[in-house]
Design a protein around this ligand. Sequence first.
Ligand SMILES: [Zn+2]
Ligand SMILES: [Zn+2]
Length: 257
Amino acid sequence: MIRYDMHIHTEYCGHAVDMDVASICACADELDLETIAITDHIYSHNGLPVVTAIRAELSRVRHNCRVIVGAEVDVDGDFSDGRLVTDSLDALDYVVAGFHYVPTVGNYPLSPDDCTMTGEQFLEVWRTALLGIVSNPGIHTLAHPGRLVAASVDLDAHFEQVLAILAEAAKVSAKHRVAWEINELTGMRLNGYYQRQWHRIFEPALEAGVKLVYGSDAHSPTAIGRTVFTEMVLANLPSDCLASPDEILAWKKELEP
Ligand SMILES: [Zn+2]
Ligand SMILES: [Zn+2]
């Protein structure tokens, strides 16, 4: 059993019902989790007040588990260099990079029909953005690696190329100590075949020395700590490959001057 959950949203994001901080903490305690990270979306350069509000709520709540206040900061969809929507990350104890939008176009594709680029064109901007994200030492964790590409291109035609780009990104990620997340919600966006293939996303990361961390990406109380897809991915990876929250935070700290 995984005793933590490092990716949880709150109702401040506008699409997570019943996710006030008190309810989140109550759920985490009910599940006997040791550590959770509240990582709500930061959509723009002025998204930090949400973090202040979450901290204020948290200060009024009794909880047994350790609560880390971070955020899932959007990658800026207007660019292909992987920059985040804000560089003001000091208020965050845990920074997750959320790569949700087609670079330069800026839309959120649900299927390849929503992607206005060819597969090759998409992979080119996806690659440069991905390399930019994992070069940013201010980021602790790359959220849901592979989710955007799975929604944007025909994976049957491009999966090997996707894995090759991820292998390239993994080496850069190891250098800048950006962990990769095994994200439970991503499993809901994949068909059964790619659910069973998804561990291959993480193999090049482990080979390069990148740490792996679990996050549910919960937008509802029942999703907190859920690990059905995560366990499926982990079953095909070395048994000790999942890092703890402290290992992720310490790994990054070692990099600081
Ligand atoms: Zn996300
Ligand atoms: Zn998320």
